[in-house]
Design a protein around this ligand. Structure first.
Ligand SMILES: NC(=O)c1ccc[n+]([C@@H]2O[C@H](COP(=O)([O-])OP(=O)(O)OC[C@H]3O[C@@H](n4cnc5c(N)ncnc54)[C@H](OP(=O)(O)O)[C@@H]3O)[C@@H](O)[C@H]2O)c1
Length: 365
């Protein structure tokens, strides 16, 4: 591995919701003037014309690397829904080509759903992206494991059984294999055959189910790691009167704020933690909001940054290599990244709980 010279990296991700166009770096004014349904049409039209991405920020990283954020201007729903998924994939490829050929970056990191729709990044490699690509899921696993420990410590939770929701995804399957060494695991996913394959690949016995309610009911803590572009938690899968601990790694979230507060107001006791939210003690400004508080970045982003800083020229695509999870943890520690104090929708968890608790009466944990 060569010692890092000043490298340049690009984080390529899609916008999450249509209103993201109002962010600084995009079109804050026009974003407010033009109705959102028109914007949704503009996103598709721009992508069809080949302009479905934008470099929204370029910034220094610890004086050792230059970072760029390139966003595909299609919403998470558009990226994965049937009529436009092919266009999301093509726009992601175009954004990566732009990063490689025009911005001249040495390494690309894939964020949000760009990896899920590009065959874990292999589609990009097969179509002209020759520089290293990482999907950042190894450190997302490492960060998630730290976050779960923090959550358990905070609530003195000693879970016997943990549910993995989206269990045969990249993050889900690695976490299943690691957590099954210590806990009973309920692996939940929509496809039975992929759950069975995951079960065969896991050294310890695990329970598999396609029923989210069963997974939540049978566990004391659930890790949400699906690529669903909508809230998957609703009244049908919850039981009123017990406490749910949810560690939500989904981007978009697997439980959105509006649904969360709706459920809380109906008395559902849900303690939800933002998954994979990382920060560093050093000043670190990524020049763009990206739906996070200043100084906070996604775990997959940390993997990209530290790979660039370390000058590691390898691709990290496909299933997460468990050995690499530990290596990304070491790199993050070296460069001062760590899981942020527990938060929920970017607010300190304790503040959210203070607002939520008056709605919770009685119940068991
Ligand atoms: N917070 C962070 O720092 C961070 C870092 C990296 C990734 N992420 C996010 O974490 C999530 C997972 O990433 P990944 O790379 O592991 O994605 P992935 O490999 O595409 O896995 C996602 C899994 O979710 C499953 N899924 C989709 N909809 C579902 C639903 N309604 N119910 C149950 N399962 C469902 C998919 O399987 P089926 O479609 O077959 O059901 C797939 O197996 C994404 O939202 C990603 O953006 C967050």
């Amino acid at each position: 591995m060569k010692e890092a010279t000043k490298s340049k990296y690009a984080f390529v991700a899609n916008i999450i919701e249509d209103i993201d166009i109002r962010l600084e770096g995009f079109y804050p004014r026009l974003g407010r003037m033009i109705p959102m349904f028109v914007w949704r049409g503009i996103y598709i039209a721009s992508a069809l014309l080949g302009n479905g991405y934008k470099c929204v920020a370029e910034y220094d990283t610890f004086g050792r690397a230059t970072g760029c954020t390139v966003l595909v201007t299609m919403t998470a729903k558009q990226m994965v829904s049937r009529p436009w998924a092919w266009l999301g994939r093509l726009s992601t490829l175009r954004a990566c080509r732009y990063a490689q050929d025009v911005l001249g970056v040495d390494i690309i990191g894939l964020g949000s759903l760009t990896k899920s729709i590009t065959d874990e990044g292999y589609y990009l490699k097969e179509n002209g992206i020759s520089i290293p690509i990482t999907h950042g899921d190894a450190y997302s696993v490492a960060s998630g494991l730290n976050g779960i420990d923090m959550l358990c410590d905070r609530f003195e939770l000693r879970p016997k059984t943990i549910a993995l929701v989206g269990a045969y995804g990249k993050i889900g399957s690695a976490m299943t294999k690691i957590l099954a060494r210590k806990y009973n695991v309920i692996a939940m996913g929509r496809k039975k055959e992929l759950l069975e394959k995951l079960s065969d690949e896991t050294d310890q016995p695990i329970h598999i189910t396609t029923d989210l309610k069963e997974a939540l009911e049978g566990s004391q803590l659930a890790i949400m790691t699906t690529s669903a572009p909508y809230s998957i938690i609703n009244e049908k899968v919850l039981e009123n009167g017990r406490t749910y601990y949810l560690y939500d790694l989904g981007q978009p979230y697997n439980l959105f704020p509006d649904r969360y507060w709706d459920l809380v107001r109906k008395g559902y006791r849900i303690i939800r933690v933002d998954g994979g939210f990382e920060g560093t003690g050093k000043p670190f400004d990524i020049g763009f909001w990206m739906r996070l508080n200043k100084g906070v970045v996604y775990a997959c982003y940390v993997e990209l940054v530290t790979q660039a800083l370390e000058g590691d020229p390898n691709d990290y695509l496909g299933p997460v290599d468990i050995g690499h999870v530990a290596e990304t943890g070491r790199r993050a520690e070296k460069w001062g990244f760590r899981h942020q104090p527990l938060s929920c929708f970017n607010q300190p968890l304790d503040e959210v709980l203070k607002k939520a608790k008056p709605h919770w009466k009685g119940g068991r944990s």
